[in-house]
Design a binder for this molecule. Structure first.
Ligand code: FMN
Length: 221
C-alpha cells in the first residue's frame, strides 16, 4: 500500500468484527511506528497494548464510573473551553454525520449516551493501545505523540486493520493507570482501538470531509 492511499484510506472505524488481531501484527505496527520522527530523537512514547480480559476490565470499570456519574478527570484538556468558528461548525457537522449514520435523531438522549459509551467498549475492537508520555516533557512532545499516533494508524492499514483514535479513552486516566499498573508520572494521551472493520455496520459507512488546500495554505514566492 502506498503512502497516499494509506493516508487517504484511513478513517475512524466505530464498529469492528469479532475477529482477533494477532500479536504479530500489533508488534509489526509498533515496529514500524518506532521509526517516527521526534524532537532530538526523544522517542517519548510508551504504549500499553490491551486485549482480552484486561480490555474488558477497562470497559467494565469505566462504564461503572459513568453509570455512577463519576466525573471525568483527563490529564489534559483536548478541546477548547469555548468553541468558535470555524471549529464549531466542523465539530457540529462531525456529530451530525455520526448520529445520522447511527440513525439517532434530535433529542434521543439515551441513544446518544449509548453511542458515547461505545467508546469505552472500544467499539467492539478486539485490541487497543494506550499511548502515554512522561508528564514533565515539553509542549513539543505532543507533536511527537501525534506523529507516532498517525504512524500507528497508517501501519494498521498496511495490515488490513482499521482504527479509531480516542481521546475519550483518556478521560479516566487514573483508572487506566491503575488497571495497567502505569506510574502516575506517565500522562495518558489517548487510546487507539484496532481491529477489522464491520463492513455492514452503518456507522462505518460515511466519510468526514476536508477543507481544500487553498483554505489553509498561503504561498509566498
Ligand atoms: C486524537 C484524536 C482523538 C479522537 N477521539 C475520538 C473519540 O474519543 N471518539 C471518537 O469516536 N472519535 C474520536 N476521534 C476521531 C475523530 O472524530 C475523527 O478523526 C475525525 O472526525 C475525522 O474523521 P476520520 O478519522 O474518519 O477521517 C479522535 C481523533 C483524534 C485524532
Amino acid at each position: 500500500m502506498d503512502v497516499t492511499t494509506a493516508i487517504k484510506d484511513r478513517k475512524s472505524v466505530r464498529a469492528f468484527l469479532d475477529k482477533p488481531v494477532s500479536k504479530e501484527i500489533l508488534h509489526a505496527m509498533l515496529d514500524t511506528a518506532r521509526w517516527s520522527a521526534s524532537g532530538v530523537n526523544t522517542q517519548p512514547w510508551t504504549v500499553e497494548v490491551v486485549t482480552g480480559q484486561t480490555q474488558q476490565c477497562i470497559t467494565d470499570t469505566i462504564l461503572d464510573l459513568r453509570a455512577r456519574a463519576v466525573a471525568e478527570d483527563p490529564d489534559y484538556s483536548y478541546y477548547p473551553e469555548q468553541w468558535r468558528e470555524p471549529y464549531k461548525s466542523r465539530r457540529k457537522a462531525t456529530g451530525l454525520a455520526l448520529y445520522g449514520a447511527l440513525g439517532i435523531g434530535k433529542g434521543e438522549t439515551e441513544r446518544m449516551v449509548e453511542a458515547k459509551n461505545n467508546n469505552y467498549r472500544f467499539f467492539g475492537a478486539p485490541a487497543a493501545m494506550f499511548l502515554f508520555m512522561d508528564r514533565d516533557m515539553g509542549t513539543g512532545t505532543w507533536i511527537d505523540m501525534g506523529i507516532f499516533l498517525q504512524s500507528l494508524m497508517l501501519a494498521a492499514r498496511e495490515h488490513g486493520l482499521e482504527s479509531c483514535p480516542q481521546a475519550s479513552l483518556a478521560e479516566y486516566p487514573n483508572t487506566v493507570r491503575e488497571i495497567l499498573k502505569v506510574p502516575e508520572d506517565k500522562l495518558l494521551v489517548c487510546g487507539l482501538s484496532l481491529g477489522y472493520a464491520d463492513p455492514d455496520a452503518p456507522v462505518n459507512g460515511y466519510r468526514t470531509e476536508r477543507e481544500d488546500v487553498d483554505t489553509f495554505t498561503r504561498w509566498h514566492d
